[in-house]
Design a protein around this ligand. Sequence first.
Ligand code: TXA
Ligand code: MG
Length: 328
Amino acid sequence: MKTEVLQPTEENIARAAEVIKRGGLVAYPTETVYGLGADVFNAEAIKAVYEAKQRSLSKPLIVCVSDVDMMKRVVKNFTPAAKTLIDRFMPGALTVVLDKAEGIPSEVTSGNDNIAVRIPDNDIALKLIRAAGTPICAPSANTSARPSPTLAKHVVDDLDGRVEVILDGGQSKLGIESTVVDVRNVPKILRSGGVTRESIEAVLGVTVETERKEGDFNHSSYSPRAEVMFSAFYDGMHRTIIDKYDELIKGGFNPVIMCLSSRKNFYGARHTYLMGNSYEEYAHNLFLTLRKADDEGYTAILAEGVPPEGIGSTLINRLIKSSGGQII
Ligand code: TXA
Ligand code: MG
């Protein structure tokens, strides 16, 4: 199959929607990361999504809809907490898990009776969904275990020849995935993401637990080819990072440090990637930088730690996963 990378003109979005309608796969931009879309009511198309991503059938797919009306086609009933969160955070980087409606192929939800759904805050995505006239799935458009794509180029790197169309929407606004919250009973965060736990708690007026998964340390996701290691967050962390960097050089590695821009001076002449001036910018640049390190021939990535609050919690979650838990 030949993959076409298209600019998101009205005409090209209409073409991409036709691909979805006849059961094909389209990668498209969202505000979090690029998604891999197919008609959620077409079981064959959904199976092709798992195949293209080389993803285990036991890992369910998020579904993207254009509005709350369309959400009713995939969800059986809304709980009060769901209504509150949808009202406050959608369109946006939040995904809710609810009981699933009839008629959704079991492949979408890996046989579960619940479904994860969100409304993306991206005009191209919304236009695509409206033109296709159907909810579309939205797993990240990378092959399994790779960092999520935040540029059309990343999708090409992973899925060239496996999707018909890639809509190029430039760099993802957030660069980190949505927060997945199970709102069927007591709200619980299943995956941290762009919407912080603190802001969810503020809206719901209760404390919300984040589920810890076994698997988080088994090096199965967000992995570039380079070895990733990260530091805990504390005043002298640059010294630990420098010691490790110098040790890696002696060991024949070609390391690079990911640090906040303001902290570059701590590292002298050592190679650094500047991750911006805030933890939001660090998150925005994370996946892109992991891939860039590979492209530029680095073999080890040393990431500065961040405080475990707000978007920092999400960053730590991704750093744990991409490093397989290698904390220095
Ligand atoms: O920001 C995002 O959510 C991006 C954009 C493209 O929408 N998508 C994304 O999808 O990150 P994916 O497949 O890479 O990650 C989806 C996560 C997985 O951890 C999956 O297990 C969980 O959501 N998930 C999906 N459906 C679920 C369900 N019914 N119940 C619980 N977790 C679910
Ligand atoms: Mg993913």
